[in-house]
Design a protein around this ligand. Structure first.
Ligand code: ZN
Length: 132
């Protein structure tokens, strides 16, 4: 069974912490031990796992990505959002997280972030929880 999460973004680039929503889906699945697969069905967004206790970590990630992959760089893609496509490929559109005792087995400082690279938009995240 696939579960879907709606994410409404408010900025051009933004990290949205979706950990609690994903954990809720794991709990609802009733699965105690397995894998939680998080997939973003978009070409200009991504999903990553990183620190959520200091919001500067997320800001730094976006700042440096914007530096390495500038918004304007004489790109060929005429839609004007090549930077977002490239960032999506660099960060990636899926993550697999171990589930143990009904909980996402994330480290103390880890959180799951939806990464917006071409917002603001209404986005979807697909979550599939698979039993051992
Ligand atoms: Zn495009």
């Amino acid at each position: 069974m696939i579960r879907q999460l709606r994410v409404k973004t408010n900025s051009r680039t933004e990290l949205v912490d979706i950990t609690q929503a994903v954990q809720r889906m794991v709990s609802e699945s009733g699965i105690r031990s397995g894998i939680c697969y998080v997939y973003v069905p978009h070409t200009t967004s991504a999903v990553t796992i990183n620190e959520n206790s200091d919001p500067n970590v997320g800001r730094d990630i976006l700042k440096e990505l914007n530096k390495v992959i500038p918004f304007d760089d004489d790109y060929g893609h005429t839609e004007g959002n090549s930077a977002a496509h490239i960032k999506s490929s660099v960060i990636g559109v899926s993550k697999a997280i171990v589930v143990e005792e009904g909980r996402l087995a994330l480290g103390t400082w880890q959180a799951i972030f939806f990464c917006e690279f071409d917002g603001p938009r209404d986005r979807r995240v697909m979550v599939k929880v698979m039993k051992d």
